[in-house]
Write a protein that binds this ligand. Structure first.
Ligand SMILES: Cc1cc2nc3c(=O)[nH]c(=O)nc-3n(C[C@H](O)[C@H](O)[C@H](O)COP(=O)(O)O)c2cc1C
Length: 362
């Protein structure tokens, strides 16, 4: 028990350090998302009124009014309930989906469950996605999905794959080779869908094919070009004076599949996968490009935390949604199906990648 409490204190401390670093250090790059190689030629005089663009979509059995999700950020340390409460209030106001940060801390200490549960107290209508790392799924076994759903009522559970982050903080590397097997058991028994989620290094078509064969139908690509978890861990290694970890983190900071690429790769596997396009979505134009390339909805993490820290969450989301609708209108799209048919130009490295991998834009 004491050991578990010490673990939970370490987990809580790490959660707070992540927030602090993400808000104060340059944690993006050097890789980019490759959305800069995608262009959507617009009509300078739109025939569609932006206010009439309908972007509502069904996600996890619930209707959301924009294909947007606040990606998993936090929970599990005293104080994070205030962040989660604000995120849930904003998600509820705009009727968008909300992801929780890893629920590991609440598995280690039930006393912390309130930091997650607060989101359901605030909003019952929106889809809420629980979260756990693959290492904990392996350690606790697939039945842990029942504990996760008892901590807070969720509509799905995201299992995050953070291999390159764990390379720097090697807590859960042992047993990773059993990961896919345990994942597919979890998919089979889970009372809610399992979303397989990266954290900023992307997912390839080969791996997505394996996931698909294991029964996974929801993938959050979280490609590179946004928050870089090698850099986040680099700053933690600098604070703790661990020079070896600094070299490890520095050595892997440019690994990853850019988000634009990862969306095209995963979509090539099946039409039947719900894709969350995330990792470095920084503008409404990025979001619309992600949808044009094959994402069903898009997710944002760091920009949301930054807007929260400036007390501008509602303004940020409103601006983002207006931006998305106005771009869709300029493409002549009245809804999301229309945008998937609109012209797209792919140039440079992304075009080379698509050709050399034998992929096709849908
Ligand atoms: C402070 C912070 C904490 C995060 N914690 C988690 C987590 O617990 N579980 C998870 O799956 N992803 C976590 N993420 C990763 C995000 O969900 C997202 O995949 C990643 O940051 C890339 O998106 P972005 O470029 O928009 O930030 C966290 C992100 C931030 C900014």
């Amino acid at each position: 028990m004491l050991l578990k409490e010490a673990e939970s204190e370490k987990t809580a401390k790490r959660k707070l350090e992540h927030i602090e670093i993400v808000l104060t250090k340059p944690v993006e790059g050097p890789a980019t998302t490759w959305f800069e190689y995608v262009f959507l030629p617009h009509r300078a005089l739109p025939v569609v009124d932006p206010e009439r663009v309908s972007v509502n979509v069904s996600f996890l059995g619930k209707e959301i009014s924009v294909p947007l999700m606040i990606a998993g950020i936090t929970g599990g340390a005293p104080g994070t309930e205030a962040i989660n409460k604000s995120l849930a209030e904003a998600a509820c106001r705009f009727k968008i989906a909300l992801g929780l940060g890893s629920q590991r801390a609440a598995l280690e200490s039930r006393d912390l469950a309130y930091t997650y549960r607060v989101v359901r107290d605030v909003c019952t209508e929106i889809p809420i996605v629980g979260n756990l790392g693959i290492s904990e799924l392996i350690r606790y076994g697939p039945t842990v999905v029942y504990s996760l759903t008892s901590i807070v009522e969720v509509d799905a559970i995201a299992i995050h794959l953070n291999y390159f982050q764990e390379i720097v903080q090697p807590e859960g590397l042992a047993g990773l080779s059993r990961g896919l097997e345990v994942l597919s058991e979890a998919v089979e028994i889970s009372p809610v869908p399992i979303i397989v989620k990266e954290v900023g290094f992307g997912i390839s078509k080969e791996f997505a094919t394996e996931l698909y064969s294991s029964g996974v139908r929801y993938i959050d690509v979280a490609g590179c070009g946004g928050t870089n978890w090698a850099l986040v861990e680099l700053y933690r290694a600098i604070s703790s004076n661990n020079v070896v970890k600094q070299y490890i983190a520095d050595g892997i900071k440019d690994v990853g599949i850019p988000t634009a690429v990862s969306i095209v790769e995963v979509r090539s596997v099946s039409k039947d996968i719900t894709i969350i396009g995330s990792g470095g979505i920084r503008s409404p134009y990025d979001a619309v490009k992600a949808i044009r390339l094959g994402a069903n909805l898009v997710g944002l993490a760091r920009p949301i935390l930054v807007a929260y820290s400036k007390n501008q969450l509602n303004e940020f989301l409103e601006g983002f949604i207006v931006g998305m609708k106005s771009i869709l209108a300029s493409l002549g799209a009245r809804n999301l199906d229309d945008v998937r048919q609109s012209p797209v130009v792919v140039v440079g490295l992304l075009r080379d990648w698509i050709t050399s991998r034998g992929l096709q834009l849908t």
